[in-house]
Design a protein around this ligand. Structure first.
Ligand code: SF4
Length: 224
């Protein structure tokens, strides 16, 4: 097997993705880009453990199915995936989940150059997923030691002060912000509100803006 080069709407800093656990993600987010493809049952693809992960790569492990979702970590051997990463210590690895409580199960087993991440689309209680709620995700991630990042994508309308405070509590090394790029009819903040968010976040962390965020300058679906 070979590593997949990053493409599409991926983080620009990620060079490759690698997916061992495949199939329908239990979090079932309404905006999941994977829903455009046939997904099948969850499965652990043993063949992927033969992949040469190389060196000096920035690999997003588990980009197509959340490998730390409850239904996944209790069924599959996530340890085997982490062990394989450790054989290639010159890479940087991104593990991103909407269930950061799952990181705790394997805390001492991650490769040395790991970045732990979660998604926080808003601080409001929009219902779009079976994943743990956003406050819970951020509280769990704040309890993880190591390099951390948060991705606000697809951004949805939020309340500025509490949202920034939740994020600051995690002490992320950086925050990514992106928008819905596939027209999922999510309620979005105005561009002015996004700019205020960026300004507040930049007081304590680095902020990366994804290209698709530019759409909000002209056509946000603003909450009424
Ligand atoms: S957690 Fe990620 S992979 Fe899983 S359904 Fe949501 S967007 Fe898709």
């Amino acid at each position: 097997m070979t590593l997949n080069k990053q493409k599409g709407n991926m983080y620009p800093f990620v060079t490759h993705t690698w997916n061992v656990i495949k199939g329908k993600c239990p979090h079932d987010c309404s905006y999941c880009y994977m829903k455009a493809f046939p997904q099948g049952e969850l499965r652990f693809d043993e063949k992927e453990l033969k992949t040469d992960l190389g060196e000096n790569n920035f690999i997003f492990v588990g980009s197509s199915c959340d490998m730390f979702a409850d239904g996944v970590i209790f069924t599959f051997k996530v340890e085997k995936i982490l062990e394989h990463c450790k054989k290639y210590p010159k890479n940087t690895y991104l593990f991103q989940t909407k269930n950061p409580g799952g990181f705790k199960e394997f805390e001492s087993q991650f490769p040395p150059n790991t970045i732990f991440g979660t998604t926080a689309e808003s601080n409001l209680g929009w219902k779009f997923s079976k994943a743990p709620n956003i406050h819970q995700r951020l509280v769990c991630l704040s309890g993880i030691k190591g390099r951390k990042m948060i991705t606000i994508e697809p951004i949805m309308d939020f309340n500025l002060e509490p949202f920034v405070s939740w994020i600051e509590g995690v002490e992320p090394e950086f925050v990514n912000i992106g928008a819905d790029s596939k027209g999922h009819n999510l309620l979005e903040p105005s561009w002015e509100k996004v700019q205020k968010l960026i300004k507040e976040l930049e007081k304590f962390t680095k902020v990366n803006l994804k290209e698709n965020l530019g759409r909000l300058k002209v056509t946000p679906k603003i909450a009424t």
